[in-house]
Design a protein. Structure first.
Length: 141
């Protein structure tokens, strides 16, 4: 477990580094594509949301949110990701939407840093990856 400090710039730098961002997104996509068919189904994406706390905080979900409301929310998030309405989310759609979400988070953070407590195995967390990237840059200076 560790604590990282991130702000909007940390997140923006992460997104701006396209190679790094794309790799992180691809890695995440692969781990979410449970049946390895190259696209994310509604159920796979929902599992993803449940495991990504960043989405939960972004959409204002908390433990008191009733299940019916959660399902409606996950459905509407899925429709947002599924840009072409094909009923599944491909890599490109996933990356586009994650980028928008991360940018919205960066806007929300602005220049006031927040502390995040992370588990070591929290590899799903893109904010951790953003912090890792910044740390590796700082280490190189
Ligand atoms: Ca799949």
């Amino acid at each position: 477990m560790g604590v990282v400090i991130i702000d909007g710039t940390t997140v923006r730098d992460f997104i701006a580094d396209d190679t790094h961002f794309t790799n992180s997104i691809n890695e995440q996509f692969t781990s979410l594509d449970l049946n390895n068919d190259g696209v994310l189904s509604r159920a796979e994406l929902r599992k993803a949301f449940e495991s990504m706390r960043l989405i939960e905080s972004h959409f204002g979900i908390d433990v008191t949110t009733p299940p019916e409301q959660l399902t409606r929310l996950y459905d509407s998030v899925f429709d947002t990701f599924d840009g072409d309405g094909s009923g599944s989310v491909d890599r490109e759609e996933f990356k586009n939407e994650m980028k928008k979400i991360m940018l919205a988070i960066a806007d929300g953070l602005g220049s006031s840093p927040i502390q995040m407590v992370l588990e070591d195995d929290d590899e799903m967390n893109l904010l951790k990856k953003a912090a890792d990237l910044e740390a590796s840059k700082n280490a190189a200076v």
